[in-house]
Design a protein around this ligand. Structure first.
Ligand code: ARG
Length: 560
């Protein structure tokens, strides 16, 4: 129509009678073309060739074009997906993506805040890998800093009383509390703690060995959680704060040299006018304390240099709770000013809200303490086992225990993944373990339905003689849903929002259930071609459910 760069907005239709997709760009062109939107839509209709894809194009309302997809085209796409090992999802243009997630502080036990970053991060990582990207996991553990002075002083006393490190550190919360009490109350202890900090930073061999012992035990606590959660982090993904220690002086020197950091009351600071307060005072970002010590911020600047420079990351994603948003905004501004990353390299802080108890307050134990992740996960499995035992089940005791683990852990993970990460969410055992609604058990159950269908039909998905054909409206609706997988995965990869994939899988399972109700498969009066086609369609559903749940880190089962 003579416009070279007009946008082509095509979106899902809100209602099935409007077709599957809707073009809504005619209204926006009305002004430029000085014509009525419906007239514009009419001219587009006359020229556009969609016969092989669409069964009907129609103008609606003020000038929408409704697109109804053809059954045979849908069937063809579904068959191609079913035959493809990647379920028809092509790889993306590969990028190098650093994902900084989990990153617990080793001075303490991993707490619920680290549950979210660990689970969401691992899902994002798996999806990016599936889409063909080179993913570098970075577990930026908090393994350095002044609090280690007090912890090491306390540990050294315990060891000299013949305790072994594993026992002394079996409960990090208790250990931390004891050390803190001594630090606050015991004569001379605080001084010794400070000495330890100086020695540690100075590279004193004995002190480093003690520190190494401490973090080793603490890492193994985290590994226990990773193991139970079935996440993909390993020791080689650890690049803790201490790893940047030797570079911190260089970072500050470079910032000074470039005139970015200046001295202020003995400290080295960067003033950030971009983030000024209401009165116009620039934000103050400290990179070196007046006593010479470095900070969390300095480490993150060094990390930018390493990730963008050495690792050549096209994208850096960092998953932490939303309270750190300002820190990462400031760090990005300073890092870019310093030239630590190229303009085209991204720095994406992906914040998430808090996990709340059912009282709407931050999640705590009944006595108000931090909830230990390991105990939380064990409780999930116990609760799942109880629920499963109440159901009418043919599973043996061993099978039941294996299923309980997959369902319990799956439920905790999925509850987290399925919520938009930017909001707080309420932790609730009953909803997350329910077999109804957007939950792991519901999706796992939908998957087992397909498995049992094939068991009853006594055929393997690969042995089907008939390809998918689409006739029934529920087959049509299911096929349309199946073909949106690629689009949804792309959104998750772009925004680091696994909840989009969860919603997709939930819709898929719901569409499958409606199809299953409306379209008989194994009944005697169903002809063989229809049966085979419907089995094939079910097989594609199962394939996508499996892939989707795999990417989310949720295990599937054949029976439950
Ligand atoms: N250790 C920090 C915490 O527990 C998270 C670190 C996130 N990553 C980073 N590069 N700062 O809050």
């Amino acid at each position: 129509m003579g416009i070279s760069d007009a946008p082509v907005p095509v979106a899902r239709s809100g209602r099935p009678e409007f077709g599957e997709y809707q073009f809504n760009g005619a209204m926006a062109l009305a002004k430029t073309l000085k014509q009525k939107p419906r007239d514009i839509a009419q001219q587009i209709l006359e020229q556009v060739k969609l016969d092989d894809v669409a069964s009907k194009l129609e103008i609606a309302g003020p000038g929408f074009i409704n697109i109804h997809l053809r059954d045979d085209w849908l069937a063809e796409q579904c068959n191609a997906a079913l035959d493809d090992a990647r379920v028809g999802i092509p790889a993306q243009q590969p990028q190098t993506v650093v994902v900084d997630y989990s990153s617990p502080n080793l001075a303490k036990e991993m707490h619920v805040g680290h549950l979210r970053t660990t689970i969401i991060g691992d899902a994002v990582v798996k999806l990016l890998e599936f889409l063909g990207h080179k993913v570098i996991r970075q577990n930026h553990m908090g393994d350095w800093g002044t609090q280690f002075g007090m912890l090491l002083a306390h540990l050294s006393d315990k060891l000299s009383h013949n305790e072994v490190a594993e026992t002394a550190l079996s409960d990090l919360e208790d250990f931390y509390r004891e050390a803190k009490v001594r630090f606050d109350e015991e004569d001379g202890f605080a001084d010794r703690a400070r000495e330890y900090v100086v020695k540690l930073q100075g590279g004193d061999a004995q002190c480093l060995a003690l520190w190494k012992q401490f973090i080793d035990v603490s890492i193994s606590h985290s590994e226990e959680v990773y193991d139970k959660l079935n996440v993909s982090l390993t020791r080689k993904d650890i690049m803790g704060e201490s790893a940047y220690n030797d570079d911190l002086a260089n970072v500050v020197a470079e910032l000074k040299e470039k005139g970015i950091a200046v001295e202020d009351q003995g400290a080295q600071v960067v003033f950030i006018p971009e983030l000024a307060d209401k009165e116009g005072n620039p934000a103050v970002y400290i990179v070196q304390k007046s006593g010479g010590g470095y900070l969390y911020a300095t480490t993150d600047l060094a990390a930018i240099r390493y990730r963008s420079g050495t690792l050549n990351a096209d994208r850096t994603l960092i998953l932490t709770d939303a309270r750190q948003a300002l820190h990462f905004k400031q760090t990005e501004i300073v890092g870019r000013k310093a030239g630590f990353m190229k303009p085209e390299q991204s720095y994406e802080h992906c914040p998430f809200g808090m996990m709340l108890g059912s009282d709407g307050k931050p999640f705590k134990t009944r006595s108000g303490g931090t909830v230990k992740l390991v105990e939380l996960l064990d409780e999930a499995v116990e609760r799942a086992a109880k629920l499963l035992a109440q159901r009418d089940t043919e599973l043996s005791e061993d099978e039941l225990n294996a299923v309980a683990r997959k369902v319990g852990i799956g439920a905790v993970k999925y509850a987290d993944l399925s919520k938009n990460r930017t909001t707080d969410y309420m932790f609730n055992w009953d909803t997350m373990l329910s077999f109804e609604g957007n939950t792991a058990p519901y999706l796992q159950y939908a998957f087992t339905r397909v498995q049992s269908l094939f068991r009853k039909a006594d055929v393997a998905p690969t042995q089907l003689s008939q390809a998918i054909h689409i006739e029934h409206p529920q087959e049509h609706a299911l096929a349309v849903q199946l073909l949106q997988f690629e689009e949804q995965l792309a959104v998750v990869a772009r925004d680091a929002t696994p909840h989009v994939l969860c919603s997709y899988l939930y819709d898929l399972a719901s569409h499958f259930m409606s199809f299953y109700e409306a379209c008989p498969i194994l009944k005697d009066d169903v002809d063989s071609n229809t049966r085979q086609s419907r089995l094939a369609l079910s097989a594609l559903v199962a394939k996508q459910l499996k892939l989707g749940l795999d990417l989310l880190g949720i295990e599937t089962l054949d029976k439950m």
